[in-house]
Design a protein around this ligand. Structure first.
Ligand code: PMP
Length: 362
């Protein structure tokens, strides 16, 4: 619809700027050097090593690069593979809503049963009492996503402690989607599940290079998990995709040596968030600043009583700004007057979109 109506596309989550030239040169270098055939099934060793070192440095957790890190064709594939390797017919999987769209089909296609728990509506924090209520003997796994798409909220140290207490002594697995791990604002901290000794033993930590290096179209990600879980993961990985893009793996391995590239990513996106929010602060949209990801929610309840789907359609067709309604991130929630915008765009595009949105009044 954005294309059809020539709208500024703040709907889908991808940058409108290119990745680093150096990264492009590295890919081209490795292609020209002949690194164009199948990579090892688990990934190129230098990349697995670079990831293992990064996790150790930032989250103080050691993963063996040969037996506990697997390179995947995007986080989407890692999520599907992790879920497929552990969820069987009748298993329950706890999901927090709003939820990223691939979790439910991943669970259902394995015969699992999604058990939905809404995040608190005021600030999208976790309701651990509700989790206690919903956990049962059939609970196979809990899916966590922080920084959270679509709300931009973060898991806290206290949340991780709660999850440790609730699942202590159980075999409940955690699938932790951390694709926005480096996009975090206002001096806040990303708490990886890798950083919990107790949970890491039962967790698949999944991340994506696409978000970190402005390369969503390359579809590269990884899964870090203890050896027993990685063994199960690889049994599926081998026949879902076998292995992932070779020259890109070599290029990332070398590029990851420049740690400041990912360590300064939060600052880069915080600037974009602030450019956008400053430009719409006098509009009739209400918002709470997101704490991470490149998504911002806007509340349009002062402007319209329309459903979020209708309102998003109106913004795309009549205002020229394509956005995403929040209700599709829920299984059962009615409209809440909320839309999601992606601010991984040039400052000019963000200012132009904001100036169009400012004109939208009751
Ligand atoms: N998880 C979340 C929360 C995401 O937002 C995305 C990308 N939209 C993914 C997973 C998938 O990442 P990838 O593009 O690496 O498959």
């Amino acid at each position: 619809m954005a294309v059809e109506h020539h709208a500024i596309n703040l709907a889908q989550g991808f940058p409108d700027f290119n990745c680093d030239d150096e990264l492009l040169e590295l890919v081209s270098y490795f292609q020209k050097q002949g690194f164009n055939q199948y990579a090892p099934m688990q990934g190129v060793p230098s990349l697995c090593k670079a990831i293992s070192e990064k996790i150790n440095k930032i989250y103080a957790k050691h993963y063996d690069f040969e037996t506990e890190i697997t390179i995947t064709s995007g986080a989407t594939q890692a999520l599907y593979t992790a879920i497929t390797s552990v969820v069987k017919q009748g298993d329950e999987v706890i999901l927090f809503e709003p939820a990223y769209d691939s979790y439910v089909p991943d669970v259902l296609s394995n015969g699992g049963k999604p058990v939905f728990i809404p995040l608190n509506q005021s600030d999208y924090s976790y309701d651990w009492d509700l989790v206690r209520e919903k956990i049962s003997k059939k609970t196979k796994a809990v899916i966590i996503n922080s920084p959270h798409n679509p709300t931009g909220s973060l898991i806290t140290k206290e949340d991780i402690r709660e999850l440790e207490i609730i699942t202590e002594g159980s075999d409940i697995l955690i699938i932790s989607d951390e694709v926005y791990e480096h996009i975090i604002f206002d001096d806040k901290k990303h708490f990886s599940l890798a950083g919990s000794n107790q949970l890491a033993e039962r967790t698949f930590v999944i991340s994506s290079f696409g978000k970190t290096y402005h390369t969503t179209g390359w579809k590269m990600g990884y899964c870090a998990a203890p050896e027993n879980l990685t063994k199960e993961f690889r049994k599926m990985h081998q026949f879902i995709v076998f292995s992932s893009n070779t020259p890109i793996q070599y290029a990332y391995a070398e590029f990851m040596e420049q740690k400041e590239k990912y360590l300064t990513l939060g600052k880069f996106y915080q600037h974009k968030r602030d450019v956008f929010l400053e430009a719409i602060k006098d509009s009739q949209f209400k918002f709470q600043k997101c704490s991470g990801t490149y998504f911002q929610l806007l509340d349009y309840s002062l402007i319209s009583d329309e459903t979020d789907v209708k309102f998003a359609e109106y913004l795309t067709k009549k205002v020229g700004v394509a956005v995403i309604p929040l209700s599709p991130f829920y299984e059962s929630m009615k409209s809440q007057s909320l839309i999601r915008l992606c601010f991984a765009k040039s400052d000019e595009v963000l200012r132009e979109a904001a100036s169009r949105l400012k004109e939208v009044i009751k």
